[in-house]
Design a protein around this ligand. Structure first.
Ligand code: HEC
Ligand code: HEC
Ligand code: HEC
Length: 132
């Protein structure tokens, strides 16, 4: 005769082991990557701020970069005026974004790896590690 108590215990253990990886997997997914702001340029800033609000940058930097590209390549306009405080910046991936975020690997790449996006800009544009 089967012992129904043992079967239930067995089932509970089986379901427990089976679902554990999912439970832990979900926990991992929710851990946002740690983004380092520890670069010479950012350390020099009085206010540790991006060219626009952080929330805006987080969700719109890709759009902004593509607007910059169009502006430079099509219109020859290289000056970006911040909507936040009217400061002017050169519209440049290398000379502006990566000047402050010179730790591309711990900043841009860390977040992109987490979000599973691979911007293919670096075949033409130079990343900071290649600048001599
Ligand atoms: C096939 C080569 C190529 C690829 C790939 C590429 N670009 Fe460019 N990009 C250029 C060239 C050429 C210019 C014009 C350079 C100039 O006039 O200063 C440019 C200019 C720009 C500019 C304005 C000037 C500057 O120096 O930054 C931005 C911003 C830009 N690209 C962003 C991007 C982004 C973001 C990506 C990835 C999504 C990307 N590009 C991928 C070739 C490329
Ligand atoms: C003057 C220096 C400077 C420049 C130039 C700059 N950043 Fe930033 N950026 C910062 C600082 C400092 C922060 C952190 C702001 C905060 O923590 O509130 C930041 C935050 C960000 C964030 C949000 C990170 C997060 O916590 O989610 C993104 C995305 C970003 N920057 C992308 C860019 C891109 C793309 C460019 C070029 C178009 C750029 N930054 C230009 C200094 C700069
Ligand atoms: C807080 C996280 C985060 C940080 C930090 C971040 N990115 Fe992104 N980036 C994303 C996400 C998420 C996407 C994809 C968004 C989408 O597909 O709509 C993206 C997309 C992009 C794209 C467009 C890719 C494409 O193929 O269309 C470019 C270009 C880009 N990021 C450049 C940068 C640069 C340069 C930096 C560092 C200065 C940076 N990002 C920092 C999260 C981040």
């Amino acid at each position: 005769m089967y012992n129904s108590r043992n079967i239930i215990i067995g089932l509970v253990i089986f379901i427990g082991i089976f679902t554990l990886p999912f439970v832990f997997g979900i926990g991992k997914k929710n851990d946002a990557p740690k983004l380092s702001l520890d670069t010479p340029k950012i350390n020099e800033l009085e206010a540790k701020e991006c060219i626009e609000d952080t929330d805006f940058m987080r969700s719109n930097h890709m759009k902004l970069l593509s607007e910059w590209k169009v502006s430079v390549v099509r219109d020859g306009n290289r000056i970006y005026v911040s909507e936040k405080d009217g400061k002017e910046y050169e519209m440049s991936l290398e000379n502006t974004c990566l000047d402050c975020h010179s730790n591309k690997e711990e900043f841009c790449d860390a977040c992109h790896t987490y979000a599973q996006v691979e911007p293919n800009c670096w075949s033409c544009h130079v990343g900071p590690e290649e600048v001599k």
